[in-house]
Ligand binder design. Structure first.
Ligand code: ATP
Ligand code: PAF
Length: 286
C-alpha cells in the first residue's frame, strides 16, 4: 500500500569557501569548494493532498511556529515533478544565515515525495532535482551536492556528480548568526562573484584545521567580512580558536569546545556536530 505521509531529515551545510561555476545549465552549474555537513538541518513532512501547500516552521524549545506559508523553491520543485502534496518544513537553525537550509529543505522534500509516490528515483536523481532548482533560484550553488552525504567536504567540481572528498571528524563546531543575509543577493552580483572567484584557495585542505585556514583566507580576500564579524574573528584569533565566516550568512563558525563561551558573548550559540550521513527517511505512515 502507498504511504499517506513520509518524514525525511536532511542535514544542513556550512560553506567555508567556494568558487561559482555557471555554465548556463543548472545541472552542470554549481560551485567547487569546502564546507561542513552539520547534524542540524531540515525535517520535511510530506502528506498526500489534492493541492500543494507549503509551511515553513521554526522550532525552538519543542514548539514550532510557522514563519512562512510559501517557499518559492519548493513550489517550483513540486511543479517540476508534476506532483501535489502538503509540505511542512521544520528547522531549528535560523533561516538565511549560511546553514544551507534551502538546499536541505529541497533535498528532504524530493526524498519524501519520492517515497510518498513511489517514484523510484535514485539518490543521485533526487539530488539532481533539488540542485537544479537551488541553482536556478540562486539560493545556493554547492549545498545540495554537499548534503548528499556526511562529513566535512571538499567539492572538486560543480554539480552533484562531481568528485566530493568526505572526511569524518567528531569535534564540535560552534556557530552564531549576527543578522540574516539573503544568499541570492550576493550570488546575483557580478562584482561580488568576481571577487569571490579570485579569493578561492590555491590548494585543497586535508585536515579540519587546514579547512578552517582555507576558509579564513577566503573570507578575508572575498571582501564579505563586515566590521561586526571582524570583531568576533579577532577575538577568536586572540584565543587561538580556528574560526571563519559562514558563507553566505552574516555569521561565524568556530572549532572546538572553547569556542562556545567566547561566541556566547556575541549571540545565541549553536553547538553542531559533523553529520555522518546525508538525507534519512525518519517515518513512513501507511
Ligand atoms: N527551511 C526552509 N524550508 C523551506 N524553504 C526554505 C527553507 N529555508 C530556505 N528556504 C527557501 O529558500 C529561499 C532562499 O532562502 P535563503 O537564501 O535565506 O536560504 P538559506 O538556505 O536559509 O540560506 P543559506 O543558503 O545562506 O543557508 C527562501 O526564500 C525560501 O523559499
Ligand atoms: C553559494 C553558497 C556559499 C551558498 O550557501 C554555497 O551554496 C556554496 O558553497 O556553493
Amino acid at each position: 500500500m502507498s504511504p499517506s505521509q513520509v518524514t525525511v531529515f536532511c542535514p544542513g551545510h556550512i560553506s567555508g569557501y567556494f568558487k561559482p561555476v555557471i555554465t548556463g545549465d543548472p545541472k552542470t552549474s554549481g560551485s567547487c569548494g569546502g564546507g561542513i555537513v552539520i547534524n542540524s538541518g531540515v525535517t520535511v513532512v510530506a502528506t498526500r493532498a489534492e493541492e500543494t501547500t507549503i509551511q515553513v516552521l521554526k522550532t525552538s524549545r519543542d514548539t514550532s511556529q510557522v514563519v512562512s506559508d510559501n517557499s518559492p523553491v519548493i513550489k517550483h520543485l513540486m511543479q517540476n515533478l508534476g506532483l501535489t502534496a502538503s509540505i511542512k518544513t521544520f528547522c531549528t537553525l535560523p533561516l538565511s544565515s549560511g546553514y544551507g537550509l534551502s538546499a536541505a529543505a529541497l533535498l528532504a522534500t524530493v526524498h519524501a515525495v519520492n517515497q510518498l509516490f513511489d517514484l523510484g528515483l535514485s539518490p543521485e536523481k533526487c539530488a539532481m532535482q533539488a540542485h537544479q532548482v537551488e541553482v536556478a533560484f540562486r539560493t545556493g550553488l554547492g549545498d545540495v551536492a554537499a548534503c548528499q552525504g556526511g562529513g566535512w567536504v571538499v567539492r572538486k567540481g560543480p554539480g552533484i556528480m562531481a568528485e566530493i572528498l568526505r572526511y569524518k571528524d567528531d569535534q564540535t563546531i560552534h556557530a552564531i548568526t549576527l543578522s540574516p543575509l539573503k544568499t541570492e543577493s550576493v550570488l546575483s552580483s557580478p562584482e561580488m562573484m568576481n571577487r569571490i572567484t579570485d579569493a578561492f584557495p590555491k590548494t585543497d585542505p586535508d585536515t579540519l584545521i587546514g579547512f578552517f585556514a582555507c576558509s579564513r583566507s577566503f573570507a578575508e580576500a572575498s571582501g564579505l567580512i563586515s566590521p561586526d564579524i571582524e570583531k568576533v574573528l579577532i577575538d577568536c584569533d586572540a584565543n587561538n580558536i580556528p574560526v571563519s565566516m559562514t558563507m553566505l550568512g552574516n555569521g561565524i563558525f568556530a572549532l572546538g569546545e572553547r569556542a562556545k563561551d567566547l561566541l556566547n558573548r556575541y549571540g545565541e550559540t549553536y553547538s553542531l556536530q559533523i553529520s555522518h550521513t546525508g538525507p534519512r527517511i525518519m517515518e513512513v505512515l501507511p
